[in-house]
Ligand binder design. Structure first.
Ligand SMILES: [Zn+2]
Ligand SMILES: [Zn+2]
Length: 215
C-alpha cells in the first residue's frame, strides 16, 4: 500500500476519528480530496500552507465526514494566508452549503471539472448527490470512488486505470460490502490496476479478507 500516488490523511469511515481524505502535492500546488470534520486540524498542523500557489479541494459529497471542516479551511486560508481556494465539486448544494456556513464569496471559486479531473456520479444515499472521479496526473489514470454502494459507474473508466481508491466496508449498506466486491476487486487488480482500500469501518476485518491468499 506504500506506493500510492495519493497520500492519505485518514481512511476511517464516518463515525471514526480520522475522516477519509487524501492529498497530492505537485510543484506549488496542493490537491486535497474532501475535508471532513477532522481534516482542518490535520492540515493546519501538518502543512506549510505558505508554500502553495494553488490550493484545490475536490469535494465528493456533503456528508460531514467529507465536508465538515471545509468552510473552516477556506476561511483560515483566506483570513490568515490571503489565499483563495478552488473547490472542485459537482455537488448540487455546494454553493448553498458555503453560503449558510458564512464562507466569504471572495475566498473561493467553484469548478465542476478541470483539465485532469472528471467526476463520475455514483450511488450512496438518497438524501444527497455524491461523486467519485477520474484524475489524470503524471501519465497515470487514477479512479477514486468517494462513498459509493456500487462500482457500476466506474466500470468503463477502470479498464485502463493505474490506481483505484475504493470505499469498502464490513457492513455494506450505503457503502460497498467487502465480501461482495472482493472477487471483482481481485479481477481489477489482475488487470494491472493497483488497489487502495479506504473509508474502512472495520480495518482488521477488511484487511483479513483482502490479504487472504488464493488457494
Ligand atoms: Zn463518508
Ligand atoms: Zn457519505
Amino acid at each position: 500500500m506504500e506506493d500510492s500516488t495519493l497520500i492519505f490523511l485518514g481512511k476511517d469511515s464516518g463515525f471514526l476519528e480520522n475522516n477519509n481524505s487524501a492529498y497530492l502535492e505537485k510543484n506549488k500546488e496542493l490537491i486535497l480530496i474532501d475535508c471532513g470534520f477532522s481534516i482542518f486540524e490535520k492540515v493546519k498542523k501538518n502543512f506549510d500552507l505558505n508554500k502553495y500557489d494553488n490550493i484545490n479541494v475536490i469535494l465528493t459529497h456533503l456528508h460531514n465526514d467529507h465536508a465538515g471542516s471545509l468552510s473552516q479551511l477556506i476561511m483560515y486560508l483566506w483570513f490568515i494566508f490571503h489565499k483563495k481556494v478552488t473547490i472542485i465539486s459537482k455537488c448540487k448544494n455546494i454553493k448553498k452549503y458555503l453560503k449558510i456556513t458564512g464562507t466569504p464569496k471572495d475566498a473561493y471559486e467553484i469548478k465542476e471539472k478541470t483539465e485532469n479531473i472528471k467526476f463520475i456520479k455514483t450511488e450512496h444515499v438518497k438524501e444527497i448527490d455524491s461523486y467519485g472521479f477520474e484524475l489524470k496526473i503524471d501519465n497515470k489514470k487514477i479512479i477514486y470512488t468517494g462513498d459509493t454502494k456500487t462500482l457500476k459507474p466506474f466500470e468503463s473508466s477502470l479498464k485502463d486505470a493505474d490506481e483505484l481508491y475504493v470505499d469498502v466496508s464490513k457492513f455494506g449498506g450505503v457503502h460497498l460490502k467487502i465480501d461482495e466486491v472482493i472477487e471483482q476487486l481481485r479481477n481489477i487488480e489482475k488487470n494491472g490496476t493497483k488497489i487502495f482500500l479506504m473509508h474502512l469501518d472495520d480495518e482488521q476485518y477488511i484487511m483479513n479478507i483482502w490479504n487472504k491468499k488464493e488457494l
